[in-house]
Design a binder for this molecule. Structure first.
Ligand code: NAG
Ligand code: NAG
Ligand code: NAG
Ligand code: NAG
Ligand code: NAG
Length: 382
């Protein structure tokens, strides 16, 4: 039984005077660690994918009051009306007594904190004799628990990074995949964590994993690489020495590869170029103006039939184009950017007829013509 359900049931029992039944039911399951595991399970159900999540629950209920509030806000209005009516029939002293009982019950339950749950999962990873299944479950729990930013910091303080990074070398791909996912999540916009993960040497392993034939592994590894690079100049230089440009090219040029991977690669490339533009004093990462890399992006604009992918390629080209070291003539002659942009305008005109995506198509066209404008300006400069 999950904490949410528990809250709701407690509230209903509380008003309808069935407290004893609840106590019996919960007692029998407390000893088996039921609520502890189900807290995590509940949160897991809220997760849809790595980019979006529901942060409805941020770490259990710290107080009885919080739990009641929560239960009320998540109840069905008809039931609430019914319980309010029952409530009025109870005398003040009865109500008081029920409240005391409920409070005792909550204390007895000892709902564990997220930090405690993380500590347990970490110590499980640290135990070489647990089963593969338990190891994966411990990682999956951590993956849910690190979601709130405060928890990501606690996770680091508890020493979790070392143990999770170690799992990147596990022979089982599901274990590696989940470990990469966690590292990506905790590194997101967190310079301290990024730095520590880089110091643990995780980047080169993650870059190897990007080449995996298991698509989930490749995707989560690239997600983690991107999270480590974001606004992190030291990380970006390391990426460059580890031949990150070749990794990106291999993804962008391979037409049989998972398209999600190509989109992630374009987003990463756009991020790197954008970061470069914002730190103009820094020596440019040389590969960002590499003609082969530029061509692989332009080719996607010209040849892809996926509008979202083309959109992301345009975003990347727009920033790459503005770098000092990028040569307009290379884009014109070697990459044929002009032709690609013309071809794309034609395609956009054709799909414009579709009512359902018209707004989106107009947005993409506006980006396309902006890129064309910047490109023409850059050609004139030379
Ligand atoms: C719970 O059970 C005890 C005895 O089994 C009884 O005295 C008490 O009144 C019950 N409490 C409620 C709230 O029903
Ligand atoms: C991991 O295990 C070692 C020895 O088995 C122990 O010294 C260390 O404290 C453990 N670390 C954690 C985080 O549980
Ligand atoms: C390690 O896991 C095994 C198997 O689950 C368990 O029996 C043992 O107590 C654990 N060791 C520690 C130090 O937690
Ligand atoms: C392209 O991607 C597919 C699917 O991941 C892979 O099997 C193949 O080896 C890749 N081709 C090249 C040239 O890397
Ligand atoms: C009251 C309650 O939630 N009981 C559950 C205890 O756990 C067993 C096994 O997980 C369930 O079958 C019960 O429903």
């Amino acid at each position: 039984m999950g904490i949410r359900m528990l809250g709701l049931i407690l509230l209903l029992r509380f008003v309808s005077g069935l407290m004893n039944a609840t106590v019996d039911g919960i007692d029998s399951n407390l000893s088996s660690g039921g609520p502890l595991r189900s807290t995590v399970k509940e949160k897991e159900n809220l997760l849809h994918n790595d980019e979006q999540y529901n942060d409805d629950l941020d770490g259990g209920f710290s107080s009885l009051d919080g739990m009641l509030q929560w239960a009320i806000s998540h109840s069905d209005p008809a039931k609430l009306k019914e319980t309010a009516e029952v409530r009025q029939q109870l005398s003040a002293s009865e109500l008081n007594k029920r409240q005391m009982e409920l409070k005792e019950l909550m204390e007895e339950m000892k709902v564990p904190s997220d930090a405690e749950l993380m500590k347990i999962a970490i110590s499980e990873l640290n135990n070489s004799s647990i089963t593969l299944e338990d190891r994966l479950r411990a990682l999956q729990e951590l993956n849910v628990l690190v979601e709130p930013i405060d928890n990501a910091n606690d996770f680091n303080k508890l020493g979790g990074l070392v143990y999770v990074t170690r799992e990147l070398y596990h022979p089982d791909p599901s274990i590696r995949t989940t470990a990469a996912w966690i590292l990506g999540k905790v590194s997101q916009n967190n310079l301290v964590v990024q730095q520590q993960v880089l110091e643990l040497g995780a980047l080169s392993m993650l870059m190897k994993m990007v080449k995996s034939n298991f698509m989930e592994e490749a995707n989560k590894a690239l997600y983690a690489v991107s999270a480590l690079m974001r606004n992190n100049l030291a990380g970006q230089e390391l990426f460059s020495t580890e031949h990150g440009d070749l990794m990106l090219q291999n993804i962008l040029r391979n037409s049989s590869i998972d398209i999600r991977l190509q989109k992630k690669a374009l987003i990463l490339l756009a991020d790197l170029a954008q970061c470069q533009l914002q730190n103009a004093h820094r020596t440019e990462l040389p590969f960002l103006s590499d003609r082969d890399l530029l061509k692989s992006v332009v080719d996607l604009i010209a040849a892809s039939t996926d509008l979202d992918l083309q959109d992301k390629a345009l975003v990347a080209i727009k920033s790459l184009l503005q770098l000092r070291t990028t040569e307009a003539l290379v884009l014109k002659d070697f990459c044929a950017l002009g032709d690609a942009l013309n071809k794309m305008r034609q395609l956009l005109l054709n799909v414009m007829a579709d009512e359902f995506q018209r707004d989106y198509v107009i947005d993409v066209e506006s980006l396309r013509s902006e890129v064309e404008y910047i490109f023409q300006g850059k050609l004139l400069e030379q």
